[in-house]
Design a binder for this molecule. Structure first.
Ligand code: PGA
Length: 243
């Protein structure tokens, strides 16, 4: 049995004040899902303090593929570990499209996170154009393959995958539960034997109103939540819907 997991991706939102108010309002009573909060780098220590004793884990939104050296502006996996971070999002579509991160670079980040002991949350997803051209599974397959080729051994054993159709992120459009399940099933099959235990999250305009039907799908194990994770009460409702 896979434990449901809900991760909050705050993106470049928030402030010291926002984090204070968010945790004052966050009530996860009745939620049994694993919960991860991913704030921007500067707020990791503040959010980490808030999470102590809550049974909620700390995640980062990005990391460097390098371990140390002359890489101005970058943050390594080791630095994140120093602040109690346990998860790191890699390959978010905003990083791929706005910052030109290739699947090879994403694979490097995935492996850097994993070899340091962080759990990478690998985002994959197709654009609307790719979906309309019926290339969805081919695109997802190639994003997964880049990681599989770069790594060796049981790389999926300690990893989370987030399927986030690019056309559903921040747009209010969600994949139907059937569309999402089709891709989640494909991903699980792709991962082979290790796939049975891997948590595969759905992301893209998840809200409390659509969460339950998505989570009812056999291969959807939780969600990566952007916009709706900025509202503590709405986020808690999504966590409760997951388990
Ligand atoms: P959204 O973002 O929930 O605002 O669509 C999800 C994500 O980008 O992780």
């Amino acid at each position: 049995m896979r434990t449901p997991l809900v991760a909050a991706n705050w993106k470049m939102n928030g402030s010291r004040e926002f984090a204070e108010q968010f945790f004052a309002a966050l009530d996860l009573e009745g939620a049994t899902a694993e919960v991860v909060i991913c704030p921007s780098f500067p707020y990791l220590p503040q959010v980490g303090e808030k999470l102590k004793g809550m049974g909620v884990a700390l995640g980062a939104q990005n990391l460097s593929q390098e371990t140390s050296g002359a890489f101005t502006g970058e943050v390594s996996a080791g630095m994140l570990l120093d602040f109690g971070v346990r998860y790191a999002i890699v390959g978010h579509s905003e990083r791929r499209s706005l910052y030109g991160e290739s699947s090879e670079l994403v694979a490097g980040k995935f492996l850097a996170a994993q070899s340091a002991g962080l759990v990478p949350i690998l985002c994959v997803g197709e654009t609307l154009q790719e979906r309309e051209a019926e290339r969805t599974l081919e695109v997802i397959g190639s994003q997964l393959q880049a990681v599989a080729e770069a790594g060796s051994g049981n790389i999926w054993g300690s990893a989370i995958i987030a399927y986030e159709p690019v056309w559903a992120i921040g747009t209010g459009k969600t994949a139907t539960p059937e569309q999402a399940q089709q891709v989640h099933g494909f991903i699980r099959g792709y991962l082979g034997e290790a796939g049975a235990a891997v948590q595969i999250l759905y992301g893209g305009s998840v809200k409390s109103g659509n969460a339950a039907t998505l989570f009812a799908q056999p291969d959807i194990d939780g969600a990566l939540v952007g916009g709706a994770s900025l509202d503590a009460e709405e986020f808690a409702r999504i966590c409760r819907a997951a388990g």
